[in-house]
Design a protein around this ligand. Sequence first.
Ligand SMILES: Nc1nc2c(ncn2[C@@H]2O[C@H](COP(=O)(O)OP(=O)(O)OP(=O)(O)O)[C@@H](O)[C@H]2O)c(=O)[nH]1
Ligand SMILES: [Mg+2]
Length: 229
Amino acid sequence: MVFIVVGLGGVTGSEIAPFVSSIVRELGGFAITIAILPFHFEGMRRMLRAREGLSRLFASSDSVILFPNQSLLGLLGKNAYLRDGFFLSEKRASCFIKSLMRPIVGDDQPGVRIDLADIMTILKTGKMGRIGMGSGRGERKWADATTEATQLLGGARIGNANGVIVLFESESEDDLSFSKLQRASFSVYEKIDPDTSLIYSLLTRKTTAYDVKSTMIAVFDVADMGSGL
Ligand SMILES: Nc1nc2c(ncn2[C@@H]2O[C@H](COP(=O)(O)OP(=O)(O)OP(=O)(O)O)[C@@H](O)[C@H]2O)c(=O)[nH]1
Ligand SMILES: [Mg+2]
């Protein structure tokens, strides 16, 4: 599994990333491209070039995960600089890769794990992945964390997803009890189509600022991209 992270909209990245992902596949690897899309104020021309790059990436990668910079605007203060935006954008991409790898390699954390084959099985259900993150506290924490994550999928509808990966993190080992795990998984099942493939992991970490955090990767056909780029 090889991650390729590219900021689309310029010339170099938009041209080279598809080339890199096709080499990865030729060598027998599984190419996951994290495609960062420009802020709207960078101009229409950049967005068009980014979309062209995206089409090439869909053809050359096993999976393309979209990270629209515009969706970060709400998190950036009014006086933020462009470099703060880029910093946040890079942080989001690296957090995502770490979250995805933690249930596989973070073996000192008690929890429900998944493996690389599980992840690839879900990513193969469609070409395009969108991510959402959420958090919750108290009685309704699972439902709240899941709902928040589904609302951040950028206009793509969770009901249209072919596959979903949910990475839960909880601060309490009690959440590994059968009844809590059921609540966690039901919070997702009630939002997806019965045909949608789902895997989830639940790791416990003493350090989470919320009771529960959820990172969701929903996999779609390219046609179901939704708005919100
Ligand atoms: N996260 C992050 N994003 C960046 C940075 N610089 C640019 N970007 C974003 O990535 C997009 C592409 O960057 P460019 O520098 O224009 O593209 P390039 O691939 O280097 O292509 P050329 O410079 O045109 O050869 C921009 O539209 C920005 O949205 C950066 O330092 N960090
Ligand atoms: Mg450049």
